[in-house]
Design a protein around this ligand. Structure first.
Ligand SMILES: [Fe+2]
Length: 377
């Protein structure tokens, strides 16, 4: 199986469609989306609708959770919160309802997919060091964990004795090791040396990980921002503007061809993906031509935004079946680490409460029985 793993699209239509074209060109069998489909960007409804047309395998990110109201937006800073509120107002009721059903994690084969962290996916903490990565790898039996959230593509390679950070270069899994791979951000790349959209292809047959870099139409994105009146300037636009002020064209410098991904191995035997995931990466792209800025030849073949129906469409299938390891509608509790835009969706505690009540009940009955045996007569 060849998986395309994409995260942090952040309502960036141009980045999503450019990545989608690269995914299809590289013959991925299945798309896994690691969340933060919305937030920041100007086209939340169009991007979410299109992502859902191409995969049912989506885990929820903190921006998605805040936008649909299951994560308290007050923990975001003022600027981020205003965009969350703007996003929430532009999502259809059906999209709100859908996001509330998206799981925190998915599993397949020996893989785990989660937006931010392993131990408590609803906490949305940050994995930013070898120590962090080791801590979270110890929280799962999976051989390879895919995350997003930090917008920094890289990997960690661990065995029983050590862990090592790897750069965002293609690699094969080594026997006896486990991996944590951050796929980076498709829609909000924050690498000042490379502002292309990022995602990862993982070929589970050849055990190969490919870090993909895809150019997208930043002019059209800027026009989308202006059209909706959204007062943000993402990092990649700041880089473009800064380089332009120095007389440099940062996009022109990124037209080098990447190493191509090899043809897929011939598929033999019954190696279908785990029941935890739903096949859904084969939907055709939308049909009509996209809006594009004059002179941006490289995006001319990109598909356009989908037509969003006036009324909510018929109920769609749940995002994932059988693979959710957390409740489908996590509850909101008090946030922490607000300066990091981090919040906390509380894991299920009802079983613990029930056990405590049961134990107390047994203790009371035991004490009463002992009392009557000793003093009852
Ligand atoms: Fe995130």
């Amino acid at each position: 199986m060849r998986y395309a793993i994409i995260s942090d699209i952040h309502a960036n239509w141009q980045a999503w469609t450019a990545v989608l074209a690269d995914i299809q060109q590289n013959q991925a069998d299945m798309i896994i989306c690691l969340g933060d489909v919305v937030g920041y960007g100007p086209r939340p409804e169009e991007v979410l609708t299109s992502v859902r047309q191409h995969t049912q395998n989506i885990v929820i990110g903190n921006h998605d959770a805040a936008a649909c109201g299951i994560l308290d937006a007050s923990i975001f800073n003022d600027h981020a919160r205003s965009v969350v509120e703007w996003t929430a107002a532009r999502l259809s009721p059906e999209s709100h309802q859908y996001l509330r059903t998206v799981p925190l994690t998915l599993e397949a084969e020996d893989m785990l997919f989660v937006h931010a962290e392993v131990h408590e996916p609803g906490r949305f903490g940050y994995i930013e060091s070898e120590e962090d990565a080791l801590h979270h790898l110890m929280g799962t039996q999976a051989s390879i964990v895919f995350v997003g959230h930090t917008h920094k593509p890289l990997a960690y390679k661990a065995n029983d004795e050590s862990i090592k950070e790897l750069p965002d270069s293609d690699f094969h899994l080594a026997p006896g090791h486990r991996y944590l791979v951050n796929v980076g951000s498709a829609g909000e790349p924050r690498d000042m040396n490379d502002i292309r959209a990022r995602y990862v292809l993982y070929d589970s047959s050849s055990r190969a990980v490919y870090f993909r870099k895809v150019r997208f139409d930043t002019d059209a994105y800027r026009q989308d921002l202006a059209a909706v009146g959204l007062n943000i300037e993402p990092f990649f636009l700041k880089i473009i503007d800064h380089e332009a002020s120095q007389g440099r064209d940062v996009l022109a410098a990124m037209q080098d061809h990447m190493m191509s991904v090899p043809e897929k191995a011939i598929f033999t035997g019954n190696q279908a993906a785990s029941h935890s995931l739903v096949a859904g990466g084969t939907a055709p792209p939308p049909a009509a031509p996209p809006p594009s800025a004059p002179g941006d030849a490289f995006i001319e073949s990109l598909p356009p935004p989908p037509q969003i129906p006036e009324a909510p469409a018929a109920q769609q299938t749940r995002a994932a079946v059988g693979g959710a390891t957390r409740p489908q509608q996590p509850r909101l509790v008090k946030a922490d680490l607000s300066q990091r835009e981090t919040a906390y969706i509380e894991p299920e505690k009802s079983n613990n409460v029930g056990m405590i009540v049961l134990i107390i009940g047994f203790l009371i009955i035991g004490a009463a029985t002992a009392y009557f045996i000793l003093f009852g007569s």
